[in-house]
Design a protein around this ligand. Structure first.
Ligand SMILES: NC(=O)c1ccc[n+]([C@@H]2O[C@H](COP(=O)([O-])OP(=O)(O)OC[C@H]3O[C@@H](n4cnc5c(N)ncnc54)[C@H](OP(=O)(O)O)[C@@H]3O)[C@@H](O)[C@H]2O)c1
Length: 189
């Protein structure tokens, strides 16, 4: 029985040819679908969970032999895992599970010199916002999302990147198993 999917094997093989040792793994891809409970079907649920949870899990497994000692793995969570935002049910659950994975794998992998941490963005200016609106009422959606943010604006990808650089580098060598919230206060205020 095959243990990891062909896609993960192909990616690991392709990476191995160019970079046989990895110092940093940042797992960013996410299915950001938000919709009311009644509109979910099993196929859409499975696709979201495959992208946001199963994919990262087996990707880390596939790349494990290539991770250096020391190295840093960062998984991209979301502040949605901490708040009860309507229509985010499956998405928030997937990110909560992914952040849990960051903690458990931290304990399991730190003896190999691999630190695992979560980085949870709050509302951030990216193409995901267009996907959420489906092209309709985008200004209204943007205003509703902005209203959630205590410091009064969306974050920028650059602000996320600065936190990622910290977690990726030796500057955070004593940081393991955390969730770094970069969210303008949405999760804590
Ligand atoms: N923007 C926010 O406000 C926000 C807030 C909290 C957390 N996040 C998280 O931040 C991460 C980046 O999101 P983003 O805001 O930059 O959104 P984005 O612009 O929609 O980027 C998501 C990326 O994931 C890729 N992707 C989705 N499903 C995939 C799959 N099955 N296989 C491979 N790639 C896939 C997308 O590729 P395609 O474009 O080709 O589909 C896209 O490049 C995600 O994990 C998201 O959940 C974002």
């Amino acid at each position: 029985m095959r243990e990891i999917s062909p896609q993960q094997i192909i990616l690991a093989t392709a990476l191995q040819e160019q970079w046989p040792r990895l110092d940093i793994l940042y797992i960013n891809a996410g299915d950001v679908t938000h919709k009311p409970l009644g509109e979910w079907n099993e196929q859409a649920f499975d696709r979201l969970m495959n992208t946001n949870l199963k994919g990262p899990f087996f990707l880390i497994k596939a790349l494990l032999p290539m991770l250096s000692n020391p190295s840093s793995v960062i998984v991209c969570g979301s502040v949605n895992a901490r708040i009860g935002l309507p229509q985010s049910s499956a998405y928030a659950a997937s990110k909560a599970a992914l952040l849990s994975l960051a903690r458990t794998l931290s304990a399991e992998l730190h003896p190999l010199g691999i630190r695992v941490n979560g980085l949870s963005p709050g509302p951030t200016e990216t193409p995901a916002l267009n996907k959420l609106s489906g092209g309709e009422n985008e200004d209204k959606l943007r205003e509703d999302i902005r209203a959630l943010v205590h410091i009064g604006r969306l974050g920028t990808p650059y602000e996320l990147a600065k936190a990622a650089v910290f977690l990726a580098s030796d500057e955070s060598s004593f940081v393991v198993g955390i969730e770094s919230l970069v969210d303008g206060g949405v999760g804590n205020l």
